[in-house]
Ligand binder design. Structure first.
Ligand code: AMP
Ligand code: MG
Length: 400
């Protein structure tokens, strides 16, 4: 069995960055810049402007009563000169007119239309200096997925389109004679295919594009054909089921015969039979069939890989420390990722089992919000001990 760390390292070593492609800023949410360093070509803001609706004037003239000689609105290009003893009505965002060095808010002025009476005002009051947000030549580093704020920064720099990494196309292939699509009736012995849709959702959640393939039966030939086609179309292939030691588990054998197998057993609970290899030049990750095992191993191994293919780091999750509320047994030979509900109790975080921990029990994973990481060597999470918790959903607050 390969350790968790070694398996992660070997898998991430396979990450190849996807090609850059142009995208309009309007479609850039969650995308990753192909070149994270952006050099500002312009000052932001490009000119000194007013932070308030009020009067632009010379600070030397305040306090006093000043003649109102004009108005400047946001968007105005031609500006009146503010001479001694004069003021100009100004709106938020309007350029500071020449001569003025300060802005007095309308609420603090006595406005008599032709004149305005103002209290003392220091120079620079309510004036936004040119380039106070960004100066031309500044280097801005946006290395992670673009957020509304970082998209806003790019827009403020005047960029309409940016080069981002293409989202990896991830083929999903569920294997198993017993599987029937959700929505279809079950014959005796059959179950609904959970993994095809759950893994496709996990691909999207990780920033990839899911390419669902028609489900295949436990037959080496069908699996080989499906994998060969998937490798032609996709950047990464993820299968579920058929990687264990059963008589009808063919995914590994197909990889060995038609491509190559890097490793296939990892010291992770749930998810021991994870197979990683290559076929047709594309990485194939064979996830175990149990839906919990498939989703947990996807989270731990496939999600970071999909992110790395776009230049993102890590898994994009919060890793916190949480106190186990009770004993939760595990396999001492493997690192366990228990499905828990992590809650903030005001002083500390605590983690309680979200339900049964068998890999065929999916509901606790949906009810929980975190994976509690219990290291190799331990035979349980012990009550009142603290462990790493990987937050998959928002933290719960006590009493909710
Ligand atoms: P396997 O990895 O093929 O040995 O499957 C392990 C367990 O997961 C078996 O009980 C399968 O019936 C179940 N299983 C496999 N694939 C799926 C799937 N796509 N959806 C739901 N359960 C599955
Ligand atoms: Mg099977």
């Amino acid at each position: 069995m390969l350790s968790f760390d070694e398996a992660s390292r070997r898998l991430l070593a396979r990450a190849r960055l996807t090609d850059p492609a142009p995208v309009n800023l309007a479609d850039a949410l969650g995308r990753v810049l192909a070149e994270p360093r952006v050099v500002a070509a312009v000052d932001v803001p490009p000119f000194a402007n007013s932070a308030m609706d009020g009067f632009a004037l010379r600070s030397a003239d305040a306090p006093g009563t000043l003649r109102v000689v004009g108005e400047v609105r946001a968007g105005t290009g031609s500006l009146p000169e503010v001479g001694p003893g004069e003021a100009v009505r100004i709106m938020t965002g309007a350029p500071l007119p020449p001569g003025a060095d300060t802005v007095l808010p309308i609420e603090e002025a006595i406005d008599d239309d032709a004149t305005v009476t103002v209290p003392a005002a220091p120079s620079g009051l309510h004036v936004r200096a040119a380039a106070h947000d960004t100066r031309a030549g500044d280097e801005i580093c946006l290395a992670e997925a673009l957020t509304p704020a970082s998209i806003g920064v790019l827009a403020s720099l005047g960029l309409g389109e940016v080069q981002v990494r293409r989202r990896p196309l991830v083929a999903i292939l569920a294997t198993g004679d017993e599987l029937v699509g959700p929505g279809e009736p079950l014959e005796p012995g059959q179950i609904h295919d959970v993994n095809a849709v759950a893994l496709a959702a996990a691909v999207v959640d990780a920033g990839g594009v899911a390419l669902p393939l028609p489900r295949v039966r436990d037959q080496a030939g069908s699996i080989q054909q499906a994998l060969t086609r998937a490798a032609r179309d996709a950047d990464l292939v993820v299968t579920s089921g058929g990687v264990s030691v059963g008589q009808h588990d063919y995914v590994r054998a197909v990889l060995e015969q038609y491509g190559s197998l890097d490793f296939w057993r990892i010291a992770v609970q749930p998810g021991k039979p994870l197979a990683v290899g290559e076929l047709g030049g594309v990485t194939v990750i064979g996830l175990p069939g149990n839906p919990v095992s498939a989703l947990v191993t996807f989270e731990l191994f496939v999600r970071p890989l999909i992110r790395a293919m776009q230049g993102m780091s890590g898994d994009g999750r919060h890793h916190l420390r949480a106190r186990a509320t009770e004993r939760m047994p595990k396999d001492p030979d493997r690192r366990a990722f228990l499905r828990v509900r992590a809650q903030d109790d005001g002083a500390d975080l605590h983690a309680m089992p979200a339900g049964g921990q068998q890999s065929s029990q999916l509901r606790p994973m949906a009810d929980g919000n975190a994976l509690l990481v219990v290291p190799e060597g331990a035979d349980a999470a012990e009550p009142d001990q603290h462990y790493e918790a990987i937050l998959l959903q928002p933290l719960a607050l006590a009493g909710r």
